[in-house]
Ligand binder design. Structure first.
Ligand SMILES: Cc1ncc(COP(=O)(O)O)c(C=O)c1O
Length: 372
């Protein structure tokens, strides 16, 4: 049968006609970049929406991670997770630091705080956990250990835009958090990102680090980079923000349909615990375990053959890339991360995805399973 392909992701965009007045304004003012009016408005609007003190916009999440590490003036090792996108590891190395990889929990896909103390040495400069799939890390346990050892925590919150826990905005955890506004994220500005910080001095320093290090016209206290978000993308961000709740509602509904369709399938485990008080439904991961009659890779191929384009996430582990082979890992074999890398599939989820596409995907996964 002739079926339309189901893409793994499709960026959410506000209607083009709604963007045109913003463009006209940019063409009128000719203020294209360097902290223009849309940039300033977006920083304020995001701080309000996210319920955080400061939002420092950047041109992407990777440079935001890099600046977050640089602003702390660190030297030595940064503890992170191998179960993440490669940018997590790369940012640490670009900042002149060494990544150390700690295994994730059995269910959560996030750094397991039980291994943290064993990984900390006198060279540990910071901890950089990832809120994988937008699911909150064990922030309390991580914070307690970090405080005991006097080391800062920078959350890679690339997936966690808008997530709220019992304690409020997840982005208020740690010393700094970094979000990504990449095309595939819940909130996108084509490319983009931001650092969330909690004090004025840190904000000021981040602002000059993202602008070549210029504190003012004649002073450059540190080597900065060009990590500015332009007016075009900032204006788009302001518009996208107006549509966000509607997009989140659609994601929530699709997520509910997947859960209903797959919850009782033997050999499939849905989601990654624990869910937040207000999740952002950024991803719909499923774990294919030994009871399922096909391996994870076979399922990926079978779905792709039927034009359902799913993705293995995160595969390979960061530590499996040759560039990272010599990194220190705790425990050395990273058993949970390896299991997740070998068994997780992220199913398509985005506001434009149709309910019938979710049902079709669930139908395949159900009919290949062992009958109950
Ligand atoms: C966990 C994680 N960290 C960092 C990044 C990098 O963000 P960006 O693509 O905006 O540079 C991404 C993905 O895009 C990510 O998934």
């Amino acid at each position: 049968m002739d079926r339309k392909p189901i893409l793994v992701t499709k960026p959410a965009l506000a209607p083009l006609e709604e963007f045109l007045p913003y463009l006209e304004e940019i063409w009128e003012t000719r203020w294209l970049t360097n902290s223009g009016p849309f940039h300033q408005k977006l920083e304020a609007a995001l701080a309000e929406y996210l319920n955080v003190k400061h939002v420092v916009l950047c041109n992407n999440g990777t440079s935001a991670l890099l600046l977050a590490l640089r602003v702390l003036g660190l030297q030595g090792e940064v503890i992170t997770t191998p179960y993440s996108f490669i940018a997590t590891g790369h940012a640490i190395i670009w900042a002149g630091l060494e990544p150390v990889f700690v295994d994730i929990g059995a269910d959560s896909c996030n750094l397991n705080p039980e291994h943290l103390e064993a990984a900390i040495t006198e060279r540990t400069a910071a901890i950089m956990p990832v809120h994988c799939y937008g699911n909150p890390c064990e922030t309390e346990a991580i914070g307690r250990i970090a405080k005991k050892h006097g080391i800062p925590v920078v959350y890679d919150a690339a997936h966690a835009f808008g997530v709220v826990t019992e304690s409020g905005s997840l982005l208020n955890e740690g010393d700094l958090s970094v979000v990504s506004f990449h095309a595939t994220k819940v909130f996108n500005t084509f490319e983009g990102g931001a650092i969330i910080c909690h004090d004025d001095a840190m904000r000021k320093k981040l602002e000059y680090l993202r602008n070549f290090g210029f504190e003012d016209e004649t002073h450059i206290p540190e080597i900065g980079v060009n990590a500015k978000l332009n007016e075009f993308q900032s204006a788009l961000g302001l518009l996208q923000l107006q549509h966000l709740e509607e997009w989140l509602t659609k994601r929530a509904e699709l997520s509910r349909l997947y859960s209903e369709g797959l919850n009782d399938v033997v050999g499939l485990q849905c989601g990654a615990k624990p869910w937040a008080k207000k999740p952002n439904y950024a991803y719909f991961p499923i774990m294919i375990n030994e009871e399922y009659p096909y391996s994870r890779d076979e399922v990926v191929d079978m779905l792709r053959a039927r034009e359902v384009h799913v993705r293995r996430y995160f595969y390979p582990l960061i530590t499996d890339f040759p560039l990272y082979r010599n990194a220190r890992c705790v425990p050395a074999s990273l058993p949970n991360a390896r299991r997740s890398a070998d068994s997780v599939i992220c199913l398509p989820i985005y506001p434009d995805l149709l309910a019938e596409d979710v049902r079709r995907t669930c139908e395949y996964l159900r009919c290949w399973a062992v009958p109950k």
